[in-house]
Design a protein around this ligand. Structure first.
Ligand SMILES: [Zn+2]
Length: 547
């Protein structure tokens, strides 16, 4: 069974104005500068870079040319070479070069500042920040108390209200380890001159009701009170940033809400009855769909075959080919989902069976596999494509098993696939060292997208999947399938996705939930979700032609 994909939180912040804002059309490539904190020889040295990669990926939705650089490398006047500059203040009191502060204080180019260190600009009278922007910066606010077993969830500014939706920031506290998983700090600003600045979005402390500005704008200057790239989720203030980027970059994107559905982990052992039932339903309601297909089935340990190793090539997978042919004639399109969707005869998290294990990432050790290289990955991708083409099939996109590949494996994708259809994990180096807490260690960050990314950090075009998938707790049958995620959960995610003006509702579904022996209401829930998404106003489209 497929492991649960809900937990995509990151473990690891119109007014007239003398600051005129320069809008540009999407037909013009926007040169964008992303500056991040990289304090030397610190366990968090590379975290800022990880956030910069995430922002760069979102900017890949737009016609943009993005430069990433540590803020410490900034040289005077650079901001004038870009249409917009973003500064990600992720490290408390990281010293900001005076050249950058002075340029922010006087440029008419768009500047977007996140979370920390605004005080270095706002509290130095020589920059005239308040006189020019009409904004003041007063303080940082975080948790109201240190969490403890008797007070595990102290209040903080946890709820961002945007387009009538309450977006709740992630918070978790482990009382036995004392570890807090949250990013509760915000920078508190106020509008001192409403002719120059305004608060566009507010954040509140849901326990006390206290409010503070979350996004403020003074002409070309924007400030986000936190870093909306930490602990992201499908109902999170991350979506506020995703949406406001259209305004920040001055595009004229109209409201456009499309829906996508993908049948998942389809392989030689997927039953034709489950596939044909789903195909018949989608065809009957005129909904095009994708089929994430594993071309080569491997069960090297015979985990599902009485201890006898089993390999099934696509040309031997009679039932699978029947299912695909039936679906292709009724609006289905093939996505290549791994070559084997497992690694070798060593369990790579589960039991080495296709559809269960990681293929391009050694999940058991959280590192690339020993033979990892762009060529190694390219050879596997090519072998998978060969399985398809020799049987007359042409996949339109790639989807990495469990949405995680090594950096080099991801670089192998764009030369072979015009599209990917997925979420992805990003790394702060091509040979990431993720398993130490030492200074300068690497970070990995998982990211989903509410819209199409033309080119991500590794050059992949990404068709989004942002709602997740229906899961039933079948622990008694499969100890790797113990969580529940209902169609209503996905429906709620789809409601939140509407705050992004061109946000998709894109989900996937495993045909095995239709198998009678699992005794789940899979088909009925699938239909309920499809109908619910339609009722929200989304238009179902074909993933292979979506632009
Ligand atoms: Zn899969």
């Amino acid at each position: 069974m497929k492991r649960f994909l809900l937990a995509w939180v990151l473990a690891i912040g119109l007014v007239t104005s003398p600051w005129s804002s320069t809008a540009f059309a999407q037909s013009t490539t926007a040169k964008v500068l992303v500056l991040y904190d990289a304090p030397p020889n610190d366990p968090y040295t590379k975290l800022g870079f990880a956030y910069a990669i995430m922002l760069r990926n979102l900017l890949g939705h737009f016609n943009s040319d993005v430069t990433l650089a540590p803020v410490s490398s900034y040289t005077a006047g650079s901001v004038e070479n870009y249409q917009a500059a973003f500064y990600l203040g992720s490290y408390y009191d990281n010293p900001i070069p005076s050249a950058f502060l002075a340029d922010v204080a006087k440029t008419s180019k768009t500047v977007v500042w996140f979370k920390y260190n605004l005080w270095q600009l706002a509290w130095d009278a020589s920059y005239g920040f308040t006189a020019r922007s009409g904004l003041t910066f007063s303080s940082l606010r975080g948790l109201s108390a240190a969490p403890s077993s008797s007070n595990p969830a102290p209040d903080f500014f946890d709820t961002v209200t945007y387009k009538n939706m309450s977006m709740v920031k992630y918070y978790a506290y482990n009382a036995s380890t004392g570890v807090v998983s949250a990013d509760p700090d915000i920078g508190v600003t106020a509008v001192a001159d409403s002719t120059k600045a305004s608060a566009l979005v507010t954040i509140k402390d849901s326990k006390t009701g206290e409010q503070a500005p979350y996004v403020v704008r003074a002409g070309n200057f924007w400030y986000f009170a936190d870093l909306p790239l930490s602990y992201i989720g499908p109902r999170d203030r991350y979506l506020v940033l995703c949406d406001l980027l259209h305004d920040i970059l001055g595009t004229n994107q109209p409201v456009l809400h499309r829906a996508l559905v993908r049948l998942e982990d389809v392989n030689a052992l997927t039953t034709t009855s489950s596939m044909n039932t789903l195909t018949d339903y989608l065809y009957s309601v005129h909904i095009p769909f994708s089929i994430a297909t594993i071309p080569l089935y491997e069960d090297p340990l015979g985990a599902y075959n009485g201890g006898v190793a089993l390999t099934i090539h696509l040309n031997q997978a009679t039932g699978l080919k029947q299912s695909l042919n039936y679906a292709l004639a009724r609006g289905g399109k093939i996505v290549m989902h791994g070559y084997t969707h497992q690694y070798d005869s060593t369990p790579n998290i589960d039991n080495a069976v296709s559809g269960n294990d990681y293929e391009f990432w050694l999940a058991t050790q959280n590192r690339p596999v020993d033979e990892d290289s762009q060529q190694w990955a390219s050879n596997r991708l090519s072998a998978g494509l060969q399985e398809f083409s020799s049987n007359g099939y042409t996949p339109f996109a790639w989807e990495a098993p469990h949405y995680q590949s090594s950096p080099l494996a991801m670089k192998a994708v764009p030369p072979l696939f015009k599209n990917t259809y997925q979420r992805a994990v990003y790394y702060t180096s091509d040979t990431p060292d993720l398993n130490s807490g030492a200074p300068n260690h690497d970070y990995s960050v998982g990211q989903f997208f509410p819209y199409i990314i033309n080119s991500d950090y590794y050059g992949q075009r990404i068709i989004p999947e942002n709602l997740g998938n229906i899961e039933y707790n079948i622990c008694s049958i499969d100890p790797f399938s113990c969580l529940t995620y209902t169609w209503n959960d996905l429906y709620t995610n789809a409601q939140y996705a509407l705050v992004v003006r061109d946000g998709f509702a894109s989900f996937f579904f495993h045909p095995f939930w239709l198998e009678p022996d699992l005794k789940t209401p899979g088909l009925q829930d699938f239909k309920s979700l499809v109908q619910g998404i339609s009722a929200l106003g989304y238009t179902w489209v074909a993933a292979d032609t979506a632009q």
